[in-house]
Design a protein around this ligand. Structure first.
Ligand code: ADP
Ligand code: MG
Length: 451
């Protein structure tokens, strides 16, 4: 027994150290560190993985590496491996596109996505009200005035996450609750099918027996009159018997188009809470969390860089982390600032934002030209000083896009025509003077590539 035990541990130890020597650190951290050897069955090492995604990813990206690593010792010829999925593991959350593939393993029969809970929902001023309302509903479904609860806001801001979190939390409180959670499309489809198959009674029973009915993205009920009718009745039956209803939608219910007014006015009887785009600090927090969930360690300035550039929604932030991870794994490259910049550039379609200040530009030009910063922004008309000043003005306009007036104010209270003149002068000089042209180019590059 003891011997058997040490065998599989030893086999993994040898393989693991071989992998460490041959693969980048993040790949080890992301894909191999979480593996747990559990048994050696003949030549086959059984490895426990956190989820199905690991099996697929390792098989498609690291199979060769892993087999080579397992066949290190001469007496270990023909060693192979097999994965078993540890269903209790909560270490790694699979990425969204794989979540879809492994739906069945991640979801219970209610269709509640277990990955979406309150613990991994990051709170900020953009969503704290929505979160506390959702939490309260999950603890007392149907029992307070938050009925129906409507969570509304733009895409990728956490509405679906909160809805499933309500389901998960409510189940913890009371495992016997009948929780029905569907998208509005699913509701529509179920209804249409029930008509087709003469099974409207079953449909009605299924939806009207819910203790909590949650419908995602009800804006897609738009224009579907008969479905709306059906939903209206379901809603009323549930509401009257004190059952909880939760819905998400893209707009404030009062502003929704294409839904019957009687439906909208019913919705107004409960509570509508919004989720807003995350501010900078929340974006940083989310990136840190998502990086950790995916087993990658990113320098803080890289995180900040992403947070500054990917600003619209949380799905995008998450997608960026996944893309970085995928790219580094596919290209077998370390995650460094080049790789991150490349990914961020792709995802922003080349429109990188900078948060450079005029001070940064002046400092950079000063280092390059050996002219003191205070001279650059001062009054002197000496030729080298004037040129450094003109270069700085040019870069301020080009990189930051600030107004001629504001540039003038900063550079010793000059007026906008002086600034315009300076910019023209540099533009003309660059055409004839490759040296200056190169200097400007490299300054621009260094200033806009702070990572
Ligand atoms: P929506 O339904 O509003 O379009 P989702 O709920 O699908 O957005 O969120 C998109 C992704 O971002 C999901 O993977 C979700 O887990 C994640 N997400 C959204 N908000 C948060 C948050 N506050 N903390 C952590 N992850 C979040
Ligand atoms: Mg959604």
């Amino acid at each position: 027994m003891e011997n058997k035990k040490t065998n599989y541990l030893a086999a993994w130890e040898v393989a693991y150290s071989h992998l460490k020597k041959n693969l980048p650190e993040h790949a080890i951290g992301a894909w191999f560190e979480p593996l747990k050897p559990v048994e050696l069955s003949g030549n086959e090492l059984i490895l426990e993985v956190p989820n199905q995604f690991f099996c697929e990813w390792i098989d498609s990206h690291y199979k060769k590496h892993l087999l080579t690593a397992l066949n290190q010792k001469p007496n270990n010829k023909n060693s192979s491996y097999r994965f078993i999925v540890n269903s209790n593991s909560k270490k790694i959350k699979p990425e969204p596109f794989l979540q879809q593939q492994s739906k069945n393993t991640n979801r219970n029969f209610n269709n509640i996505n277990k990955q979406y809970n309150f613990d991994n929902f990051i709170e900020g001023s953009n969503n704290e009200f929505a979160k506390s309302a959702a939490l309260s509903v999950s603890q007392n479904p149907g029992q307070n005035t938050f009925n129906p609860l409507i969570i509304y806001g733009g895409v990728g801001l956490g509405k679906t996450h909160l809805m499933h979190a309500i389901g998960n939390q409510a189940t913890i409180h009371n495992p016997n609750l009948n929780i029905v959670i569907v998208t509005s499309e699913k509701f529509t489809l179920d209804f249409v099918n029930s008509l087709r198959k003469n099974k409207t009674i079953e449909f009605t029973q299924r939806y009207r027996s819910a203790d909590i009915l949650m419908v995602d993205d009800i804006q897609f009920f738009r224009g579907k009159e008969q479905t709306q009718e059906q939903f209206f009745h379901t809603f009323n039956v549930l509401h009257q018997s004190g059952k909880q209803i939760v819905m998400t939608t893209d707009k404030y219910p009062g502003e929704m188009k294409g839904l019957q007014t009687r439906l909208l006015s019913r919705f107004q009887s409960g509570l509508s809470v919004d989720v807003q785009p995350p501010n900078f600090e929340v974006r940083v927090a989310i990136l840190l969390e998502k990086a950790e969930q995916n087993g990658i360690l990113l320098d803080y300035d890289i995180i900040e860089f992403i947070a500054r550039n990917i600003t619209d929604n949380i799905r995008d932030l998450e997608g960026t982390i996944i893309r970085i991870l995928a790219k580094s794994s596919l290209l077998n490259k370390e995650i460094d600032s080049d790789l991150v910049r490349g990914v961020v550039r792709e995802r922003t379609r080349g429109r990188l934002k900078t948060n450079i200040t005029i001070e940064d530009i002046v400092k950079k030009v000063s280092m390059e030209s050996f002219i003191k910063e205070k001279d650059i922004v001062g009054k002197s008309r000496k030729m080298e000083i004037a040129e450094a000043r003109q270069m700085s003005m040019y870069l301020c306009r080009e990189i930051m896009g600030i107004s001629l007036n504001n540039i003038g104010v900063y550079f010793g209270g000059r007026d906008h025509t002086t600034v315009l003149h300076a910019i023209k002068k540099i533009t003309n000089k660059c055409e004839n003077n490759t040296g200056l042209n190169n200097t400007i180019k490299s300054l621009r590059r260094e200033l806009t590539n702070p990572v």
